[in-house]
Design a protein around this ligand. Structure first.
Ligand code: ZN
Length: 598
């Protein structure tokens, strides 16, 4: 008999009592005290001499990493509390408290980075080669290099202070604008005003007329607010360009490439391979249009599902299916997933007041993760569960490493999740009970491929060109619309019936100040994972251990080193990318074959 799994998670094992937990309060107080004493400990480094130096540095770095873990543990707990009940006011107060703690910790880290930068080169070499510090040498070197490439510390402190209102404020203003936008939509003879999020969901409607109407109103609404969005985009872009100029950085790609620990050559090779192969998706677009009863695919049809084919599954069935399919790749991965289901690591219940969407968060002090989602019985929900379990597994395999070696970048963050999702989705396609269901699943996969190869490519092209023009002054709304359509037309190989001119306004990723170019890391991660998945299929059972080793190294080397060491490939050359693209596009043939009969 199949096991019955609980659909709610266990947070009491960390801190009993939810947002009023006395244990959690105590934990935060102690953290506050220790962060308060941190600057003093950093200053004490100055008195370290000769042989005691590596020991002193080692003790301090250990302590800083431990504080980082505790801060993350506290953040994860509060994040889980607010997600499980968006009306938990106590949890919101706790979040405010942690933001303050995070800022104090950040200030101490700037001080530490200054010490790292001030250490003379010969002393530094000795330090990082000492066995005491060698395990975090990559992270230390990265911190020293980044500090050296910035302005002198006093100026960077000023930049950080001014950025609160002069830079990040534009992101907040943008969110305020988005919050006010409503999109009129007629339903049951009554005109409702939809929020941006509600309207976006209508693009997944089965009804083509609904999608078309919402898209028209969507364009009107964004065009109406385009002046405010353009202002935000121009000012945050201007801030960025000015700061880069003062730092002596000549390319807007320097920061995002460095954040993702990759070279420009790798990025250009990846895009080059995609550009050469993207037309292979056009037959899929044409067939999808035909299945939807259209002459050509419109922008509003990109996320449209195929009619029929959806089946409903229970949570227990989903869990057992995932465990079984994981087990075909690696029994260790299956055991891990079973533990997560049995020990209540997952919050999946469908009930009011939960935050939408899904995530996986880690409690590094306890060595456990928690997964959040809402299970409604769709096959998409199974993929989400597998995806988040992939994240949790990634965390598990690196859990015993020094904390700094666990901090991986955005472009490799989705490696394990996408991989886990591919295992389960492919199995679902094989096990589908009808061709209609199989076709629906394949279509969802190809939708994702089109998003990563074409939509994200258009965003990248747009952002690059926007910055080029922004150097000469603010870019007008009309010009932004034009740049957007040009980029989409190019990225989609002119295959669409229409384009989305105000996309630059409606896509919030362009406005995120914490991470510039919030686009190409997605495509990198997807293809990197697809390439690894292809390798796993070739190598069979022997690959599981290699795969875990690769995941362990994601936080302590560049992506080029990671791929060379674990896959024996050079990411600056097209071969690996070509095999990854072929892996993804193999679905097109199956989709065309199956839909011929439809
Ligand atoms: Zn993810």
């Amino acid at each position: 008999m199949a096991a019955t799994y609980a659909m709610t998670w266990d947070l009491d094992v960390f801190f009993p009592g939810g947002s009023s937990s006395p244990e959690f309060r105590q934990f935060v107080e102690e953290l506050n005290r220790d962060i308060g004493n941190l600057e003093q400990r950093i200053d004490a480094l100055d008195s370290a001499q000769g042989k005691e130096q590596p020991e002193k540095w080692g003790d301090l770095i250990d302590h800083v990493q431990e504080l980082g873990k505790r801060l993350r543990q506290a953040g994860a707990f509060v994040n889980c509390l607010t997600a499980q009940n968006v009306k938990d006011e106590q949890a919101k107060l706790l979040r405010g408290r942690l933001t303050q703690l995070g800022a104090s910790f950040g200030a101490a880290m700037t001080q530490l980075e200054r010490k790292i930068l001030d250490t003379p080169e010969n002393e530094w070499r000795e330090l990082i080669n000492h066995p005491r510090l060698q395990p975090v040498a990559f992270s230390l070197e990265e911190r020293r290099r980044r500090a050296a490439e910035q302005l002198p510390p006093e100026q960077e402190v000023l930049v950080g202070d001014l950025a609160v209102d002069g830079y990040h404020a534009w992101w907040e203003l943008y969110n305020t604008v988005v919050g006010r936008i409503t999109i009129p939509f007629e339903e049951d003879g009554e005109v409702k005003r939809l929020s941006v999020g509600q309207a976006r969901n209508k693009f997944s409607s089965e009804d083509g007329q609904v999608r078309k109407t919402v898209f028209e109103e969507w364009q009107k609404a964004w065009q109406e607010h385009a002046d405010l969005c353009a202002s935000a985009l121009n000012h945050l872009g201007g801030f960025r360009l000015n700061l880069y100029r003062h730092r002596g950085w000549d390319s807007v790609l320097k920061e995002p490439l460095d954040n993702n620990r990759m070279t420009r050559e790798t990025l250009e090779t990846m895009w080059g391979v995609i550009d050469e192969n993207k037309e292979r998706l056009i037959p899929y677009f044409e067939r999808k249009a035909k299945l939807l009863g259209l002459d050509a695919l419109r922008w509003c049809d990109l996320d449209a599902p195929l009619p029929g084919g959806e089946k409903s599954v229970s949570y227990d069935e989903a869990a057992d299916f995932i465990i079984e399919q994981f087990g075909r790749f690696d029994p260790g991965l299956a055991d891990f997933a079973r533990t997560a289901f049995e020990n209540r690591w997952i919050e999946a219940e469908d009930r009011p007041n939960k935050r939408p969407g899904g995530f996986c968060t880690t409690f590094p002090v306890s060595g456990q993760s928690r997964i959040f989602m809402t299970f409604g019985g769709t096959t998409g929900n199974i993929s989400t569960l597998a995806h988040e379990l992939g994240h949790a597994y990634h965390q598990q395999v690196m859990g015993d490493l020094p904390y700094w070696s666990q901090l991986y970048a955005m472009n490799v963050a989705e490696t394990a999740s996408t991989f886990a999702e591919m295992i389960v989705t492919d199995a679902a396609i094989r096990h589908a009970s009808s061709d209609a269901e199989r076709l629906g699943l394949l279509e969802e996969k190809l939708q994702r491929a089109a998003a990563f190869f074409m939509d994200i490519r258009a965003r990248f092209l747009f952002e690059t060109r926007f910055y080029e023009e922004r150097k000469d002054g603010p870019v007008s709304v009309d010009r932004l619309n034009q740049l957007m359509v040009d980029a989409q037309r190019e990225a989609f190989a002119d295959a669409m019936a229409d384009y989305d001119p105000t996309f630059w306004a409606s896509k919030l990723h362009f406005y995120i100040t914490g991470q510039p170019f919030y686009n190409f890391p997605y495509t990198f991660g997807f293809l990197f994972s697809a390439g690894i998945y292809g390798r796993a299929k070739e190598d069979g059972a022997a690959f599981a251990a290699k795969y875990a080793d690769l995941l362990r190294d994601t936080g302590r080397m560049t992506v080029e080193d990671l791929a060379a060491r674990h896959l024996g490939v050079d990411l600056r050359r097209p071969d690996f990318w070509q095999s990854a693209v072929d892996q993804v596009l193999s679905d097109v043939d199956q989709f065309l074959r199956l839909s011929e009969k439809a």
